[in-house]
Write a protein that binds this ligand. Structure first.
Ligand SMILES: Cc1cc2nc3c(=O)[nH]c(=O)nc-3n(C[C@H](O)[C@H](O)[C@H](O)COP(=O)(O)O)c2cc1C
Length: 448
């Protein structure tokens, strides 16, 4: 394990699981104040970035929106997180800002332009979590399209990413921007090029109208750990989010790393961050009591709805005493593959796992010192580089900031607020603001 670790804060633009607790803040998710306060808090604490997950989908059961999801606010409701990124940027100077945008929604030039603009207005602090989209059955229905098969979605995502990188890297040469008022030259027309992209799913001919941003390509994150997802991560991701049991995460990290090296990338080209929930209190017993309070809200029906969202499988229709009886699904596959194979748990055990831990696996639990011990043990066991901190009981990670951060700093596992820099340099201080030479996007740069 290399200290300091990397820390990101996880959010959705919606309600967190414990929203019914009186001190949970997430019902304020549609106010700007919620986001700017959280961003300032994260920067003051010294975490590396704040991430907002996103999806157009929601839980469907038997082809219709789940009433349980609507009543209990399960993976529903959702705002558009890209809308609050610039407000958070204005409230901070150093914090990285990472946002999910699905490759199944907007067309590539639209996403590329939004990302490049965000990279400018954040001074290079933007990261893109590249996903095909978890709740595909609902989102395809919403967009009025047939649902693409799982592996086709990843093939399209790869093509999408290549086109986006071509736009960011391949249109403007370095130095093309002149802003020469005396000569009346904004940009050197000979140094701004049309790109011509003819891919398997997308084509594009034209110039990218946004001048090069500090990072050009935003820092690339990936979060699907299915076999296809790992493959895309290994070739393109610079940071990967994972959530599974420790042995499974260790295997996923080793596998993605080996594939990345086989693809010609450096062994340390990818940061692996495990989604981790901190249930902490000044004493061990208080932490256990807090865990009881938080899990008491969640029913087995809620767990089934959440599992259906991620996998398309309805566990309430299966025998709870046996392992998964059907694994056929074109929805997300991470949470199917995670529960199959040797020693596969029963359906009843999967439901209980989702009831008490949700999709993110067991929490770090106890006093701050115990929780940090558990963090270190998990990093050492899995080879991960850091933690993507879940919102915790109050939704704004207050107990993480108040109790865990001081303990992490005391042990040298988290640095204080860093220098203002691009997100890429923050996570890879030895590198530059731009894609490193072993990344496939590096070769797309025009005029080198
Ligand atoms: C910490 C974490 C964050 C994630 N964030 C998102 C997200 O914002 N949007 C999304 O569609 N999927 C997200 N995912 C991935 C989904 O869980 C799901 O695995 C994926 O979208 C479907 O791909 P798969 O078939 O590879 O599982 C996240 C996963 C993890 C572990």
């Amino acid at each position: 394990m290399t200290a300091p670790l990397t820390f990101g804060m996880f959010q959705t633009m919606g309600l967190s699981g414990s929203w019914r607790l009186p001190d949970n803040t997430t019902p304020g998710f549609l106010t700007l104040d919620y986001w700017t306060t959280l961003a300032k808090r994260s920067e003051e604490a010294g975490v590396d970035f704040l991430f907002i997950a996103d999806d157009f989908g929601y839980p469907l059961i038997d082809g219709e929106v789940s009433p349980t999801a609507v009543e209990h606010a399960l993976l529903f409701p959702r705002g558009d997180p890209s809308m609050v990124m610039s407000a958070m940027a204005a409230a901070t100077e150093k914090l990285g800002l990472v946002v999910t945008m699905s490759t199944s929604a907007d067309r590539p030039p639209a996403l590329a332009r939004r990302m490049a603009t965000l990279d400018h207005v954040t001074n290079g602090r933007i990261g893109w979590n590249v996903v095909t989209g978890a709740g595909q059955n609902a989102s395809a229905r919403l967009f009025g399209e047939p649902m693409k098969a799982h592996d086709d979605r990843y093939a399209a995502a790869e093509d999408y990413l290549k086109l986006a990188m071509t736009l960011w890297e391949g249109s403007w040469e370095d130095g093309a921007l002149k802003v020469d008022r005396a000569a009346g030259v904004y940009a050197d027309a000979a140094m701004v090029h049309e790109i011509h992209y003819d891919g398997t799913h997308f084509r594009s001919d034209g110039v990218f109208t946004v001048p090069p941003s500090p990072q050009r390509t935003p820092l690339l994150f990936q979060a699907g750990a299915s076999t296809k997802g790992r493959d895309v991560a290994a070739r393109y991701a610079e940071a990967v989010f994972l959530a599974a049991e420790p042995d499974a995460v260790r295997e996923q990290i080793a596998d993605i790393r080996a594939r990345a090296v086989a693809a010609g990338r450096e062994p340390d080209a990818i940061k692996f961050l495990i989604a981790g929930t901190y249930v902490v209190a000044p004493t061990h017993d208080e932490a256990l009591a807090l865990r009881e309070t938080v899990t008491a809200f969640v029913t087995t029906a809620d767990a089934a709805v959440q599992y259906a969202f991620f996998t398309g499988l309805d566990l309430t229709k299966m025998d709870p005493s046996k392992p998964l009886q059907s694994t056929a699904s074109e929805q997300g596959r991470t949470n199917i593959e995670r529960f199959t194979g040797e020693d596969a748990p029963t359906v009843g055990e999967i439901l209980e796992e989702f009831r008490v831990n949700g999709v993110m696996s067991r929490p770090f639990l106890g006093t701050p010192a115990e929780a940090v011990d558990q963090t270190v043990a998990l990093m050492e066991h899995t080879g991960a580089d850091g933690v993507l901190v879940q919102p915790g009981p109050t939704g704004d990670s207050a107990s993480f900031f108040e109790l865990v951060v001081p303990e992490l700093k005391r042990r040298g596992l988290m640095e204080g607020p860093a220098q203002a820099t691009t997100l890429r340099e923050r996570l890879f201080p030895a590198g530059s603001a731009h894609l490193p030479p072993s990344h496939p996007g590096h070769a797309l740069r025009v005029g080198r």
